[in-house]
Design a protein around this ligand. Structure first.
Ligand code: GNR
Ligand code: NI
Length: 178
């Protein structure tokens, strides 16, 4: 019999929602880029694409290891995997742009970020790579690296705004459960 191609889609993961305290966990380095990590990468991409996001940090799916998946392309076929990412350089020039987050659904607000960055990370083969980014990709990488440090973008907003967002999401969660 000819070999059948495996068309099974990776199982989706549950995305934690603010103000879930687990979003503030600081991630540990990935010890080895192995099959366990590659399987997690596949599930994270499936989860990110399903949610129409441009990035997803492992923290958001309750895995506290330094792993990020990103795809900022319109066509949704330019996968970028960052394992144990470290910022080598961030431009002193910053710009304020609206951000959203899959863990903070329906909320968009301005955050100041470096306009360009250089990051070193391992890819899913375990090879070290340097990524130079500007524009949306630079914003996305900074947003995802914050998640790995336990930081959610609403923490850059005023306490007043943050508390309003918190109440709104707690209420939405309560209504969804009724
Ligand atoms: O899908 C996302 N869009 C987005 C838009 C502006 C700035 C950052 C982002 S990241 C976000 C997905 C997400 O929550 N990643 O952690
Ligand atoms: Ni996010």
């Amino acid at each position: 019999m000819p070999a059948m191609s495996d068309t099974t889609a990776p199982a989706l993961l549950t995305i934690l929602r603010y103000p879930d305290p687990r979003l503030h966990t600081v991630a540990q380095a990935v010890a080895a880029v192995d099959e366990r990590i590659r399987a997690l990468v596949e599930r994270m991409f499936a989860t990110m694409y399903d949610a129409n996001g441009i990035g997803l940090a492992a923290t958001q799916v309750d895995v506290h290891e330094r792993l990020i998946v990103i795809d900022v392309s319109e066509e949704r076929q330019q996968r970028l995997v960052l394992i144990n990412p470290e910022v080598e350089w961030a431009s002193p020039e910053t710009r304020k742009g609206d951000e959203g987050c899959l863990s903070v659904p329906g909320i968009y607000d301005g955050v100041e970020r470096s306009v360009a960055i250089r990051v070193r990370a391992l890819d899913e083969q375990g090879n070290s790579r340097v990524i130079e980014a500007d524009g949306l990709l630079a914003v996305c990488i900074q947003h995802e690296m914050d998640h790995l440090m336990g930081k959610v973008f609403v923490e850059y907003l005023s306490p007043l705004k943050r508390n309003r967002i918190k109440s709104k999401l707690v209420k939405a969660e309560r209504d969804a459960r009724r």
